[in-house]
Ligand binder design. Structure first.
Ligand code: FPP
Ligand code: MG
Length: 283
């Protein structure tokens, strides 16, 4: 299945999407896609097949989010902790990612038509070399798409992301690009790879954050549902959005940032792209 699943929305579902869309829709929604192995067990298939079903559900969810006009989606696809799972499962998940990113490159015209920009957030150095090249190519090839930004947290934990941001800031101070007085919560927020989500959904009945977007969820509406990720439906998504509409705080005002901080952030962004280009040209 490709990254955005077409023809997965019935007339009734489209009608419900339209009704929910008349209210406020989150501008950034994050998913902890949990329950793939329990789904596999329930259906007497191996864990890997459960993860493939999980990917199919992600592609359906992306179509629903595009229909809802949600411009940013972040998914927890592989935590640094997941490296501790059995070799067979880790290899299976890496193969799944290889397969899907290769497919994305083969179907680039389609993904560009949908306007989906891919960003893989995490410690890319921990990935097998061939996968690192593939995800880097996907990021470069989709970097100018603007309808939906899909952040895939891979080899990621929130605490690791915060540590990497701290290292960047310390380097900025050491290189005289920043002064210690420049360090505040706004600078830390913008140094992180992922932005703040307005709504976070976790499936499968677990009610933990599991080291996902720890800094970014300070003001986020949380929604926990018992449904296993591969069984998630558009109605589950709409229920999450209605929960958001009932509980959302007012949207945050955009905070101005000093020229010094902006220059530091621009430089960091340039260096990030240079690193991605380097992964592709000399892995
Ligand atoms: C959690 O379920 C799910 C994962 C660790 C992997 C999620 C990955 C995908 C849905 C595929 C995404 C792939 C790409 C390339 C974007 P679990 O294994 O913890 O299941 P359990 O809670 O039932 O044990
Ligand atoms: Mg789990």
């Amino acid at each position: 299945m490709s990254w955005v699943r077409e023809n997965c929305v019935s007339f009734l579902e489209l009608l419900c999407i339209k009704v929910v869309k008349t209210g406020r829709v989150p501008q950034h929604i994050a998913f902890i896609m949990d329950g793939n192995r329990r789904f596999a067990k329930k259906n007497s298939v191996d864990s890997c097949a459960g993860h493939y079903k999980g990917f199919d559900k992600l592609s359906e969810t992306l179509k629903w989010c595009l229909d809802l006009g949600i411009p940013e989606v972040t998914v927890y696809a592989f935590s640094i902790e997941n490296f501790k799972r059995s070799k067979e499962e880790v290899d299976g998940l890496m193969d799944l990612a290889r397969d899907k990113f290769q497919r994305l490159m083969d179907e680039l015209d389609q993904i560009n038509e949908w306007g989906v920009r891919i960003h893989v957030a995490g410690r890319l150095s921990l990935l097998p070399e061939d996968l690192r090249v593939l995800v880097s190519k996907a990021m470069l090839a989709t970097r100018y798409n603007y309808k939906l930004r899909l952040n895939i947290a891979y080899a990621y934990t929130g605490r690791d992301e915060i540590s990497r941001a701290a290292t960047h800031i310390v380097d900025g101070v050491k290189n005289n690009e920043l002064s210690p007085q420049d360090i505040d919560d706004e600078l830390v927020s913008r140094t992180l790879e992922l932005g703040e989500a307005e709504l976070l959904v976790r499936t499968s009945g677990e009610v933990r954050l599991s080291d996902f977007m720890l800094w970014q969820v300070s003001n986020t509406v949380l929604y926990f549902t018992d449904v296993l990720w591969p069984e998630f439906t558009v109605y589950n998504l709409l229920a999450a959005i209605i929960h958001f509409q009932r509980n959302a705080p007012p949207p945050k005002a955009v905070v101005d940032i000093s020229e010094t901080k902006q220059e530091f952030l621009n430089k960091m962004e340039r260096q990030r792209w240079q690193q991605i280009e380097k992964y592709v040209s000399c892995p």
